[in-house]
Design a protein. Structure first.
Length: 121
């Protein structure tokens, strides 16, 4: 089974830190890759027209964000960027094949976004 998940939280969708699934806002399930890919493309186009910044990986993982969309992290003692992410997954794991040319790795951000250092511990 394939899934297209939409997430919102502190991390881009390719990190898959422990408890990453708690950030899932929507989980659509598909029996075939083609249907999942069509839905992913539709969501990608929708989000890319809504958010200021984008970072896309080659295997159907993308993060979108706007400057100033942050939350205060007591543990880190700083503001953390909040990301809207989409991912095309197989059995809730990142796919190992590449997306089409339109979705190859790219980004339009200038500065490196912040992330909580406690996620790496």
């Amino acid at each position: 089974m394939y899934q297209v998940v939409t997430m919102y939280g502190d991390n881009e969708p390719w990190w898959f830190f422990e408890d990453w699934q708690k950030d899932i806002e929507e989980n659509k399930t598909f029996n075939c890759l083609e249907d999942a890919e069509r839905y992913y493309i539709k969501k990608w186009q929708e989000l890319s027209s809504t958010y200021e910044y984008i970072n896309t990986k080659v295997n159907y993982l993308a993060a979108f964000w706007n400057a100033g969309d942050e939350r205060w992290c007591e543990e880190c003692d700083e503001d953390l960027q909040q990301y809207k992410g989409i991912a095309l997954l197989k059995d809730l794991q990142a796919v190992t094949f590449e997306s089409g040319d339109d979705f190859h790795e790219r980004h339009n951000d200038c500065a490196k976004p912040k992330c909580c250092k406690s996620s790496f511990a």
